[in-house]
Design a protein around this ligand. Structure first.
Ligand code: NDP
Length: 251
């Protein structure tokens, strides 16, 4: 099960963190992986590291918020590979500020990157997959779509919308051979959360609040990604799979 030999997977935001770990896991299952990020040098280094581990890699730098350029890059990739079976829309950004002083421009930037751009690019990819009659679309949601947390108003709103979008897309694409799901990570130790895991007080709170008593690491998320990306998961659609060490399950 879960053999991805012969398939092509594109993971956005995969020069580091959860996206990199997911690309590596999909590659280890046999997929050809296309990795993405805005920094071409970081992406080239990530591609070299994956190749060193025997994974077939395409390096596709683009900014997901430049939707027209991103669509061109995806089309060029598909022109080279001849197919795109798995699309993991994982790129995401954060901005932390109190609600009452949160700049509206920042709200719009965060919602555009985490939601609007994901909607536009995902829809572009979905059209090709539906025409071929097969596809696996995955988004990265978040625990913060389910539980409140101060100072992340734009991010929470966008991720909650992603969870809703997954159910809506699954409905609309049902019968096309395309499934749509999301993983919703809890607290994962990456660049995105550096300011949190650098804070001893926050770490003490997290260790007492998460039932497993620890931060997640990117590799903790990848089994969920591989499962939802697999051909065998074809009857699973419209789901948000929470990967949080049990945090959302306890008061
Ligand atoms: P990181 O900051 O470690 O990695 C983010 C990746 O996305 C990098 O490769 C970055 O590369 C890329 N990226 C950022 N913006 C863009 C853009 N506009 N276009 C293309 N690539 C972009 O974050 P994580 O691995 O932690 O986060 C991955 C996903 O998981 C995000 O959607 C995040 O919201 C979500 N998530 C993370 C959690 C956590 O605790 N870490 C919890 C819940 C959800 P570059 O900067 O070069 O573009």
């Amino acid at each position: 099960m879960f053999d991805l030999t012969g398939q092509v997977a594109l993971v956005t935001g995969s020069s580091r963190g959860i996206g990199y770990a997911a690309a590596r896991a999909l590659g280890r299952q046999g997929a050809v992986v296309a990795i993405n990020g805005r920094d071409p040098d970081a992406l080239r280094r990530a591609g070299d590291a994956l190749r060193d581990q025997g994974i077939a890699v395409h390096v596709v730098p683009f900014d997901v918020t430049d939707v027209a350029a991103a669509e061109r890059a995806i089309d060029t990739l598909i022109g080279i590979t001849g197919r795109l079976d798995i699309y993991f829309a994982n790129a995401g950004v954060q901005h932390r500020a109190p609600l009452l002083s949160f700049p509206q421009a920042e709200f719009e930037r965060i919602v555009f990157a985490n939601l609007t751009a994901q909607w536009a690019l995902g829809r572009h990819v979905a059209a090709g997959m539906a025409a071929r009659g097969y596809g696996r679309i995955l988004f990265t949601g978040s625990l913060s779509a389910l539980l409140g947390r101060k100072e992340i108003t734009a991010y929470s709103a966008a991720k909650a919308a992603i969870h809703g979008m997954v159910r809506q897309w699954a409905t609309e694409l049902s019968g096309s051979g395309v499934t749509v799901n999301a993983v919703a990570p809890g607290y994962i130790r990456t660049e995105l959360t550096r300011n949190l895991w650098s804070d001893d007080e926050f770490n003490r709170w997290l260790e007492s609040r998460v039932p497993q008593g620890k931060w997640g690491v990117p590799d903790d998320v990848v089994a969920a990604v591989v499962f939802l990306a697999a051909r065998e998961a074809g009857y699973v659609t419209g789901q948000v799979l929470v990967v949080d060490g049990g945090m959302a399950s306890v008061m």
